[in-house]
Design a protein around this ligand. Structure first.
Ligand code: NAD
Ligand code: MG
Length: 386
């Protein structure tokens, strides 16, 4: 049976990565794990490798190489370590599909390598498109590397577009849960601490995206991600708060018709959809029941309170390296917030100041995106005295 899809999971120990392995475990006739990677969680990476017997694993933190190597010595799994090794294994011929599930800017280089190889990519790592969406999408087009979104909103839009051929999109409407602080005002938010912000009402996710969901930066990043994925103008991307997270997003076509994709909030569905595309696979995930949700609500996002959404809209319209600046400042500010070094509202202040102080470039090269990331991180870190 050599026609199983060989999956490389970059970020296999994370929230998306572990759920992807659940999908593989439940569909061993269709998928096998070819490459697994983790940054610091060596114990989980070892356990995953013992169960799924991949061809290769990468542990990002080089000080953990010996531990992983020894634990897998009796297996056929190759062990690599360090940042560069991520790109090296992304260059392997032996996988068919990369699940890009590393968090943050660190996902960009390995994902670009897979693009250059013309591999199919399931993209969870939205930061890749926020930072360098023009270059990534252009190279994917040239190399015929299909990019299938895993982010639930973008998976929804992608699913709504299947079968629509060249029919024109009027606009897309991204739904936002509103996060744990929906309806709150700055006098409340100023006192929010890490542990409270880590409680998301509808989704269990990694720490960084959970904070981004609480500040609404996640929705801002998703607007930029959508622009690149679906080749839209900024004004075609809209956001509506929908607290139940049942409608995962919508597309309105030229004739005014709106298509929505719905279901219970469960990331395994978009992960499985991307891995199996264009097929759908039967599963035992919980089913949506309309009788249990008599009221689906919709409201305007409060961008005066959740200013990250206003800032990311500004970056979306400005273009150039501005989304890259926004992303770098946000990554480092969220890092600091998670360590109780700054307050919740300081995240926005750091992002805003960094956007205004980092060199703007209208049409950056890939190298300039990397330079911008460095410059913005340094500036943001100096603001926070890190
Ligand atoms: P996570 O923090 O749970 O997992 C991140 C993974 O990346 C881990 O395996 C970790 O080892 C690895 N990693 C972290 N830093 C790294 C580095 N510097 N170099 C190499 N590897 C590194 O994150 P997550 O929630 O699974 O999110 C992953 C990506 O998917 C993010 O871009 C996120 O925005 C996106 N996403 C997640 C969800 C979700 O439900 N969790 C939904 C939509 C999109
Ligand atoms: Mg999302």
């Amino acid at each position: 049976m050599q026609n199983k899809k060989r999956i490389a999971i970059f970020g296999s120990t994370g929230s998306i990565g572990t759920q992807a392995l659940e999908v593989i475990r439940a569909n061993q006739d269709l998928f096998e794990a070819e490459i697994l990677t983790a940054q610091t969680n060596a114990d989980l990476l070892i356990a995953q490798a013992l169960e799924f017997k991949p061809n290769a694993v990468v542990i990002g933190d080089e000080s953990l190489y010996k531990k992983v190597k020894e634990a897998l010595a009796a297996t056929g799994t190759k062990v690599f370590a360090g940042e560069k090794a991520l790109e090296d294994v992304a260059d392997f011929d032996t996988y068919d599909f990369m699940l890009a599930a590393i968090v943050g800017f660190a996902g960009l280089r390995p994902t670009l390598k897979a693009v250059e190889k013309g591999k199919a990519i399931g993209l969870a790592n939205k930061e890749t498109l926020v930072v360098a969406g023009d270059i990534v999408m252009q190279r994917a087009y040239e190399k015929r590397a299909p990019i299938i979104p895993v982010d639930s909103e973008h998976s929804a839009i992608f699913q709504c577009l299947v079968g629509e051929g060249r029919n024109k999109i009027d606009k897309i409407i991204l739904t936002a849960s509103g996060g744990p602080f929906l309806g709150k005002k700055p006098n409340f938010l100023v006192n929010v601490k890490r542990d409270h912000a880590l409680q998301h009402p509808n989704w269990a996710m990694g720490a960084k995206i959970t904070i981004d969901s609480a500040t609404l930066m996640n929705k801002g990043l998703e607007m930029i991600e959508a622009k690149w994925l679906f080749n839209l103008e900024p004004e075609q991307v809209q956001v509506i708060v929908h607290p139940q997270s049942v409608i995962h997003s919508m597309v309105q076509f030229e004739d005014g018709s709106i298509k929505a994709q719905m279901g219970v909030p469960d990331m395994k569905l978009p992960i499985q959809y991307a891995m199996a595309f264009p097929n759908r696979i039967k599963n035992d995930f919980p089913r949506f029941d309309f009788r249990k949700y008599p009221n689906l609500g919709f409201e305007e996002a409060d961008v005066k309170t959740f200013r990250n959404l206003a800032l990311s809209t500004e970056a979306l319209f400005k273009g150039g390296n501005m989304p890259c600046i926004l992303n770098a400042a946000n990554e480092i500010a969220v890092w600091a917030f998670l360590r109780n070094r700054i307050g919740f509202l300081d995240i926005t202040a750091v992002v805003e100041k960094t956007m205004h102080h980092t060199t703007f470039i209208e049409k950056p090269s890939l190298e300039q995106y990397f330079e911008t990331d460095g410059e913005a991180r340094n500036f943001a870190a100096s603001l926070m005295k890190l």
